[in-house]
Unconditional design. Structure first.
Length: 215
């Protein structure tokens, strides 16, 4: 027993923390896949691509994440698809992460000096070759620190998945609290677990930012 919480209940909360990590990784991976094309469309695309990418970013950023969770879970169900809460939460986190990562990476691409674009043009490289071989490798170095920092936000905001009944750290803590009626002990443990996940990521982001500033 720890502050009135049994070892089984503590293990239950730790299992919820494991699913929080799984959902966060799903959202981050999906954000990487969808966010990069958005960043390229916003930074180097034509007017149509910029308009579509900009509309997507504004739409997702203008809707609270819990509402996106509801739309993915219940909206797709209305269309006849019975999605597990993990899949619906993963789709919502992908939409959320891709919109913000797209804007972060757009700024990182814009931060590459104009002379690098001009040098790539002088080498007679095609637009895709310029992006893949000259611009993106430099933008990636700039983007590492803010991307790692945003991963912290993904982990914390994954707690909104509780609104669709997804079993994560917040959900497991709430279940244990309902059976023990010890909210301070239960949610202190949950807070410590969130801190244990997020603090190393925050520290890594700060170290990367300092290293980039020195360079």
């Amino acid at each position: 027993m720890l502050f009135g919480i049994s070892s089984d209940q503590i293990g239950f909360i730790f299992r919820g923390a494991g699913w929080t990590l799984a959902l966060s990784l799903m959202g981050f991976a999906g954000g990487l896949l969808v966010g990069l094309p958005i960043a390229l469309a916003l930074s180097r695309g034509g007017r149509l691509l910029q308009a579509v990418g900009g509309a997507y970013v504004k739409l997702v950023q203008g809707i609270p994440l819990p509402v996106i969770m509801f739309l993915c879970y219940f909206g797709i169900s209305i269309a006849g698809f019975d999605l597990p809460s993990l899949v619906a939460a993963g789709l919502a986190m992908t939409a959320y992460a891709s919109a913000y990562l797209g804007e972060i990476w757009k700024g990182c691409i814009a931060a590459v000096p104009r002379t690098q674009w001009e040098a790539a043009e002088c080498l007679a490289l095609r637009p895709m070759q310029r992006a893949m071989h000259v611009i993106l490798p430099q933008a990636v170095r700039i983007a590492v620190a803010p991307t790692v920092g945003f991963l912290v936000q993904i982990v914390k905001n994954s707690s909104y998945a509780v609104v669709i009944g997804f079993f994560d750290l917040t959900y497991s803590a709430r279940v244990v609290n309902n059976s023990t009626f010890k909210p301070f002990a239960v949610f202190t443990l949950a807070a410590l677990l969130y801190f244990a996940i997020c603090y190393p990521l925050s520290s890594l982001a700060h170290r990367l930012e300092r290293r980039l500033a020195r360079r």
